[in-house]
Design a protein around this ligand. Structure first.
Ligand code: NAP
Length: 511
């Protein structure tokens, strides 16, 4: 029997041996509602002895979809077509709840007398989301089956619109449909699909065990995105950027939403074309996506590109010249910059900034947020950049002196802030942008880098008796301010910080 819950998670089993697949099916029962058994992944299975599929189906812990994918639609090995069909028929006889057959091979399945009341008829396109997807849908649903399935590749987030249109249409026609767009740009369909009528969404049982690009783990579908609780009423926020899959923001925000019982979900939204995204997904007057979008975070490379599409900018975003937060207020789009608050709040908690002598190293986007925030608090600011001529605009805009980085040795700064990527993971990691000797007689070191948590810049400073602050403090503080802008409620910064730490630990254990 199928579980009655509206959002079904189907764990995909992609193990190479029968015994490993059996063990994985048992663990799937803890996180999923169904299992898809991908027989084409098995390396120790004799496809000429179909009755052996019984070893996988006996005592199955959940309803099972048996799939033995053909190579032309993503199958892992070439299997004789007649043997493949015999295997599916045998699986159905031995208790499989559904068997999946590609629409392109449907005629042979009909000839093999596969029971259509237990068939899933599927269509896959690994290259694109075809323009004539509606025609493809019509052709696929003409083939008698219990459920139809359409899986395409999203080359851009706008491709997901076609998938949501199909789900609306299938709901109106009372047809059970699974519709998914693959790749990071299509992740939206995997998370929101079930709340929009998709019969199920697929999930992997562990990172690295995905059966298709962009697949989310069952754990994340359940515990991070809470897909069981999503509905038309859920307010949507997210992060737009490219890439976004590394971001700690979904964990920080979703944890806080859950902790405070708010009906919001925060999604990773891989966006390439900002203008297109605003027109088709954001602007209430033109958008094609029907959703309760409350706003989004903006990250690299879109922090300045979004500005022309906004109706209003708050004073901080205007002065800094960058937006990291958008709020949809009725039919108006308002841009904010919470990086400045994020960077200053943790520093102000450990040092009195009024009149404090501060050195900012670097002159890029985050340096502007730092300089603006420090000046607002009454600090005295000097900038040190590797290319002072390039950074000269900071003098006319903010009235700060810009010197070469080497000049830091002669500066009387008590607080030194690194806004360069020197010392970051995969970016001169283990190095510091200033020499160890530069730390004599300073009070506070602040590195905006959060990965790694402990940088050489901070270690050197600590060894000279300075107070050291890492970038994770900023990350949590800027996120907390975004959360407030969208919800009107103050979250726990500590909870968000702990979530970010958890994300970085997960990421470093996966690499
Ligand atoms: P950005 O706009 O590219 O600016 C980087 C600055 O660093 C530029 O002034 C650049 O100089 C300078 N720089 C780069 N490599 C250098 C080197 N080898 N030696 C000396 N200077 C160098 O980047 P951003 O957005 O400001 O981000 C910078 C850092 O802040 C990143 O490490 C990022 O992880 C961190 N950050 C942290 C948070 C947080 O929440 N904790 C938020 C935002 C950013 P040129 O102009 O000469 O290239």
């Amino acid at each position: 029997m199928m579980p009655e819950r509206r959002a079904r998670i189907c764990a995909v089993i992609t193990d190479p041996t029968v015994s490993a697949a059996r063990a994985r099916m048992r663990s799937a029962a803890e996180v999923a509602d169904l299992i898809e058994l991908r027989l084409d992944y098995l390396r120790d299975f004799d496809f000429n002895e179909p009755e052996r599929v019984g070893a996988l189906l006996d005592g199955k812990p959940l309803p099972v979809i048996v799939t033995c994918r053909s190579v032309d639609e993503g199958g892992q090995q070439k299997i004789d077509e007649a043997a493949r069909l015999r295997l599916l028929a045998e699986a159905a006889r031995r208790g499989a709840d559904y068997c999946d057959i590609e629409a392109a091979h449907y005629d042979k399945a009909a000839a093999a007398q596969l029971d259509s009341s237990r068939l899933i008829v599927s269509y896959h396109n690994f290259a694109e989301s075809p323009a004539d997807l509606a025609n493809i849908y019509e052709r696929v649903v003409r083939l008698p089956a219990a459920i139809h399935k359409i899986v395409v590749r999203a080359n851009d987030i706008s491709d997901t619109l076609k998938i949501f249109q199909l789900l609306d249409r299938a709901a109106a026609e009372h047809r059970p449909l699974i519709a998914i767009a693959m790749q990071e740009a299509g992740m939206l369909t995997r998370i929101l699909g079930p709340s929009r009528g998709s019969f199920l969404t697929f999930g992997s049982l562990a990172r690295g065990h995905e059966s298709a690009p962009g697949q989310v783990t069952c754990d994340d579908l359940r515990d991070l995105y809470h897909i069981q609780t999503l509905s038309d009423e859920t307010q949507i926020v997210g992060v737009i950027g490219k890439p976004v899959s590394h971001s700690a923001s979904p964990l920080m925000h979703n944890r806080a939403f859950q902790e405070m019982g708010l009906s919001f979900v925060y999604l990773p939204l891989e966006v390439s074309e900002v203008g297109d995204f605003f027109r088709r997904f954001v602007n209430p007057a033109t958008r094609e996506m029907a959703w309760r979008l409350r706003g989004f975070s903006v990250t690299i490379p879109h922090k300045t590109a979004v500005i022309p599409y906004l109706d209003e900018l708050d004073e901080t975003a205007r002065r800094i010249g960058a937006v990291n937060t958008v709020v949809v207020e009725g039919d108006r789009l308002i841009g904010y910059n919470t990086d400045s608050h994020g960077v200053i709040a943790p520093l102000a908690a450990v040092a009195d900034l009024q009149g404090a002598r501060c050195a900012v190293i670097g002159a890029g986007g985050s340096a502007r947020a730092v300089i603006f925030g420090l000046l607002e608090r009454g600090a005295r600011v000097a900038v040190f950049a590797r290319n002072p001529a390039k950074a000269a605009a900071l003098t006319s805009e903010f009235g700060v002196a810009v010197d070469p980085i080497e000049a830091i040795a002669d500066s009387d700064a008590e607080i030194i802030i690194n806004t360069t990527p020197v010392g970051m993971l995969n970016h001169q990691e283990g190095q510091s942008v200033i020499p160890r000797t530069a730390w004599r007689n300073r009070k506070v070191a602040y590195d905006l880098i959060y990965n790694p948590l402990e940088t050489r810049f901070l270690t050197d400073a600590r060894e000279q008796g300075c107070r050291a602050l890492g970038g994770i403090e900023m990350l949590a503080a800027q996120a907390a301010r975004q959360f407030e802008l969208w919800t009107g409620r103050k979250p726990s910064v500590e909870l968000m910080r702990a979530a970010a730490l958890e994300k970085f630990r997960l990421r470093s254990s996966a690499t």
